[in-house]
Design a protein around this ligand. Structure first.
Ligand code: NI
Length: 212
């Protein structure tokens, strides 16, 4: 979740590093910033598959999670779903740190969710601004359910079962939508609020709570 330009290419996954023929070298590669799929890439419109529990501890899955966390932080996202990094597995990461630009925005500690099931706990919805790393430079007002139950696994395979409210509930809905092939634009009731970031700052700031 959140708008920003996407950059670096996806790095190759773990494997022995070549040292040009001077003997075997098995350096553990550093975490990588992954390339983020942008709107129009079919991967954003496909449903991700559940991760088999036995695969959660695999080096490949753990590495993917690490890379997703690093990518989310690099682009100042509030969350990132695996579809956005070209991987159709039901994994999303969420984190909101205190931001001086938006002191009102609530903090969300780093949360890794695998195979999430989201159940609305109320019919009440609230309008709020959203952006998305896959829809760079745009923002729009999206109605979201204000309270949801989240059932998922964490990166250790432990069960998560929590009630999330307001902004945390919004981010959970945004990220799990990605895992189902949806983007926030699909949830907007009125596309007239869709705005570029510069125009958002100029015309809309103060018209609603900034969400990131
Ligand atoms: Ni997004």
């Amino acid at each position: 979740m959140r708008a920003s330009a996407a950059g670096s290419r996806r790095a190759k996954r773990a494997g022995p590093a070549s040292d040009g023929g001077f003997g075997a070298c098995y350096n553990e590669p550093a975490m990588a910033i992954l390339k983020v799929a942008r709107l129009g890439h079919p991967v954003l419109r496909q449903a991700a598959a559940p991760v088999p529990e036995r695969e959660i501890h695999s080096p490949e899955t753990q590495r993917l999670i690490d890379d997703m966390i690093e990518t989310m932080r690099e682009y100042n996202g509030a969350g990132l779903a695996a579809n956005q990094v070209h991987t159709l597995e039901q994994i999303a990461v969420i984190e909101v740190l205190r931001n001086e630009r938006y002191p009102e925005a609530p903090e969300i500690p780093l949360t890794v969710i695998i195979n999430p099931v989201v159940t609305p706990l109320t019919e009440e919805t609230e309008d709020g601004w959203e952006g998305c790393l896959s829809v760079p430079d745009l923002r729009g007002i999206v109605p979201r359910c204000t309270a949801v139950r989240l059932q998922a696994l964490d990166r250790d395979g432990q069960r998560i079962d929590l009630k999330a409210l307001d902004f945390f509930a919004r981010v959970i809905q945004h990220e799990t939508d990605h895992l189902n092939g949806k983007v926030y634009l699909d949830r907007m009731r009125d596309l007239s609020t869709l705005t570029h970031l510069a125009e958002w700052s100029k015309y809309w700031l103060g018209a609603g709570e900034p969400e990131d």
